[in-house]
Design a protein. Structure first.
Length: 277
């Protein structure tokens, strides 16, 4: 069976697609999101996620963690809903339409193209076979930073500020985020002077192509028009994913419209698969 590998960020991981399941009044939640801070929204969503899990599974360990260690309870909820969200993602819809292919979705919220290239090359090394890769390329300003032998995805400075507030109880994590903020600020300074992020994107692409074999085909869904001159035209599925998403129903900040899934996979299939004569 042929394989299609998908890389990307939250827009390909189905983030928010399961939110309607956990809120009795989803529209009220969306309305509240407009006036609350990110930290307040996170607490409300976690509360409803945990309530959903208890009602569905009545897990004793989860009950214990909710009473004694809310961070561990939150980890359980996060892992569960990441998996659930992916079942509603467009790669999942693609799998239902291309039954002759195995679709593997490596997209994760917060991912950068830099991290997606790393994940793709790791996959190619382990699976030396014919492969189609669909890269949903996130914003060029995203990256990852290594610290204490760990990889930390960085979306932007606002995201780091949110994480610092979220982990304020953890002094070690708070210090780590301080270091990440400084490292990212240095990259922003380089970008202002030398257009760092766009040049880095080009280098990641070169690394991807150089370390791929002839049996691997790469296709790209670009976040916006600023990325168009970096990627090979014949391999671009979409030139402005950000603009494309605006035509569909949005939840808090991600598309939750089933029509979006159908439209994007129709476009993808028309671009990546050979037409039958």
């Amino acid at each position: 069976m042929k394989t299609i590998l998908v890389t990307g960020c939250s827009h390909s991981a189905g983030v928010e697609c399961s939110d309607k399941l956990i809120f009795d009044n989803y529209e009220q939640y969306l309305s509240d999101c407009k006036v609350l801070t990110e930290h307040e929204i996170h607490k409300i969503k976690l509360k409803h996620q945990l309530k959903f899990l208890l009602e569905k599974f009545n897990n004793k360990k989860l009950k214990t963690y909710m009473a004694t260690d809310i961070s561990k309870a939150g980890d359980i909820a996060s892992k569960f809903f990441k998996i659930l969200d992916k079942t509603y993602s467009w790669p999942s819809e693609l799998q239902q339409n291309l039954t002759d292919y195995q679709i593997i979705n490596l997209a994760e919220g917060g991912n950068s193209f830099k991290l997606n290239v790393k994940n793709t090359l790791d996959f190619i090394k382990k699976h030396n076979s014919e492969l189609i890769v669909i890269h949903q390329v996130p914003s060029s300003a995203r990256t990852y930073v290594k610290h204490n032998r760990k990889i930390h995805s960085v979306v932007n400075l606002l995201d780091l500020e949110f994480k610092q507030e979220l982990y304020s109880y953890d002094s070690t994590m708070s210090k780590t985020i301080d270091i990440l903020k400084q490292k990212y600020k240095n990259l922003v300074k380089r970008d202002v002077k030398h257009n760092y992020f766009k040049k880095a994107l080009s280098q990641y692409l070169k690394c991807l192509v150089k370390n791929s074999n002839e049996s691997v085909q790469h296709f790209f869904i670009l976040e916006d028009n600023d990325q168009n001159d970096i990627f090979p035209k014949q391999n671009i599925i979409m030139e402005n994913f950000k603009a494309f998403r605006k035509d569909y129903q949005i939840g808090k900040s991600h598309v939750i419209d089933p029509k979006f899934q159908k439209d994007i996979i129709n476009l993808i299939i028309s671009k990546i698969l050979p037409k039958k004569v």
